[in-house]
Design a protein around this ligand. Structure first.
Ligand SMILES: Cc1cc2nc3c(=O)[nH]c(=O)nc-3n(C[C@H](O)[C@H](O)[C@H](O)COP(=O)(O)OP(=O)(O)OC[C@H]3O[C@@H](n4cnc5c(N)ncnc54)[C@H](O)[C@@H]3O)c2cc1C
Length: 490
């Protein structure tokens, strides 16, 4: 099949208005935020897809996948376009982007059974606004909430800022509907729990468009007690102290919605108005008033236990004010891209990993040491640090943040800066037994380490791909390593 044949086949399934072949739109669809600088400078080295299509029903999605499967056309599912690891990047000449824009209906809000069902193209912010008016919430609040949509949120195993209380998206999804490359539609029913074999929700959750297309999602709901929110902030001596306080709170059974510690460097860019060159530890407690009271007591006791490393308490209003301006709108994303047309700088490239309590400080220290001593362009770094922002009973994450001035051709930036930095972070994490990807997914740019990440369990992942996508048409290069695509990486 060639491009013209593909367009003709698409026209047999969809209305003309559902097929986009505008050249600017196709260029935009060729890559995501991983290559944001190269994209802004118009030097993308990957092929553009042949078309972007907008199916309006599960039947249309199914027919599209059957056609693509038959003719070996690469399919890239798309939602809010906030992907950061190359999940939306195109590595094939014959590709079609299947966008969920027309699957945009909130199907049901059920306050008695505390669940809501939406199509894959519904923006989280749109559902959340409706729920808040009813005194409810999904509890999901990634920084990309104003833009990200349910298909992408579920497909990337996203996590929100209040995860320490509500969990990641995998703790919220009750059931879902998805379509496989052979056109089969699977509906996973909405029950509180079941022991009916392995939990098949997890085949779709986190699949990053590499196994199936998610069309519908049902999530849990929670009562929203905005009036009970309480905030805590502290300046602390070092990251280790902060991590020890986070652990103390968690192992004593408390579930603040937010529990974070920022390194001095990272604190400078978020809390420049009060951080005094120190690390910042912060908490938020929410829920019904009895739980909030107990959680606040738990936080205060944990801080007391580690008082030797705590410098001073910060005014709670400063922490609350900071939270109110944390999310990114589409305008913020567009402005950043526009800025890159003029400025040779990167603000906020990140790599997020996780490990147990014992290992996280070691990974952090090793990464800092290795980057400073091994990274050839260390002098171009304008910021290097990180924060822990999602904690669990057995460990936490570390969100490494690095900014740099770009002193090379735009097309070489990722190879010279981001990739070597990410390599050090991933190598140290895997060497010490952590996970190289806490919440942004593997995309295409961490797929070279997928096998190392999973070890002997990669067998299970590989079998899923072979079984559900035997022709390899779903999002080529995403999650599953492909040598052919490595020329875009290294
Ligand atoms: C400013 C900013 C802040 C962010 N903050 C967070 C954060 O706090 N927490 C977090 O977890 N992430 C965060 N991210 C990353 C990103 O927002 C999440 O990964 C989000 O879940 C992606 O959703 P999306 O709708 O934009 O999906 P897209 O970017 O459109 O797609 C993401 C991936 O999912 C696949 N996909 C999309 N739709 C479907 C579908 N219907 N079926 C199957 N696969 C599909 C795509 O192929 C791609 O691989 C942030 C990103 C930005 C830019």
């Amino acid at each position: 099949m060639n491009a013209d044949d593909l367009l003709a086949a698409l026209r047999e399934i969809l209305d003309l208005s559902q097929i986009n072949t505008d050249l600017d739109a196709l260029y935009d669809a060729a890559a995501d935020r991983y290559k944001k600088y190269a994209k802004a400078r118009k030097v993308l080295d990957v092929p553009s897809p042949i078309a972007i299509v907008y199916p309006a029903s599960v039947e249309e999605v199914s027919r599209l996948l059957v056609m693509c499967n038959e003719h070996r056309v690469n399919v890239i599912p798309r939602a809010g376009k906030t992907a950061t690891e190359g999940g939306l990047e195109n590595w094939k000449d014959l590709s079609v982007v299947v966008d969920s824009q027309n699957l945009d209906r909130i199907l049901k809000i059920d306050p008695y059974n505390m669940q809501a069902t939406v199509q894959a193209g519904v923006r989280l912010q749109d559902l959340e606004d409706k729920l808040r008016a009813m005194g409810l919430t999904t509890g999901h609040s990634p920084q990309s909430k104003p833009v990200a949509k349910f298909g992408g949120l579920v497909a990337t195993r996203s996590i929100g800022q209040f995860s320490t209380l509500y969990g990641g998206i995998e703790d919220m999804v009750v059931g879902l509907e998805c379509v496989f490359p052979d056109g089969h539609v699977s509906r996973i029913k909405n029950v509180p729990r079941r022991a009916g074999g392995p939990d098949i929700r997890h085949i779709a959750i986190g699949n990053e468009g590499a196994l199936c297309f998610i069309t519908e999602v049902t999530v849990k709901l929670f009562r929203y007690f905005g009036e009970n929110h309480r905030f805590y902030g502290y300046l602390v001596n070092d990251v280790d102290t902060g991590i020890r306080v986070l652990r103390e709170v968690m192992v004593n059974g408390y579930r603040p919605s937010v529990a974070r510690v920022y390194s001095e460097e990272d604190a400078r860019q978020h809390f420049y108005h009060f951080y005094k060159d120190k690390c910042v530890l912060l908490f938020m407690a929410e829920g019904n008033k009895h739980i909030v009271e107990a959680t606040c007591q738990g936080i205060e006791e944990a801080v007391q236990t580690h008082a030797a490393g705590i410098i001073e308490r910060v005014d709670s209003e400063l922490i609350e004010g900071w939270f109110n301006h944390l999310n990114w709108s589409q305008k913020d994303i567009d402005d950043e891209l526009a800025g890159m047309v003029e400025n040779d700088s990167h603000a906020g490239f990140t790599t997020e990993i996780s490990a147990d309590w014992e290992t996280i400080p070691e990974i952090y220290r090793n990464v800092m040491r290795r980057i400073k001593s091994e990274f050839a362009r260390a002098d171009d770094l304008t910021m290097l640090g990180g924060h822990s922002s999602h904690s669990y009973i057995n460990g936490t994450n570390m969100y490494f943040v690095y900014n740099y001035t770009i002193r090379c051709a735009p097309e070489d930036e990722l190879r010279i800066y981001h990739h070597p930095l990410q390599t050090i972070i991933v190598e140290e994490t895997l060497r010490l037994g952590g996970s190289m990807c806490h919440h942004h997914g593997i995309g295409k740019y961490r797929s070279e380490w997928t096998v190392a990440e999973h070890g002997s369990a990669y067998y299970m992942l590989e079998k899923l791909k072979a079984s559900f996508d035997p022709n390899g048409i779903m999002n080529f290069g995403t999650i599953f390593p492909q040598e052919e695509g490595m020329r875009y990486v290294r």
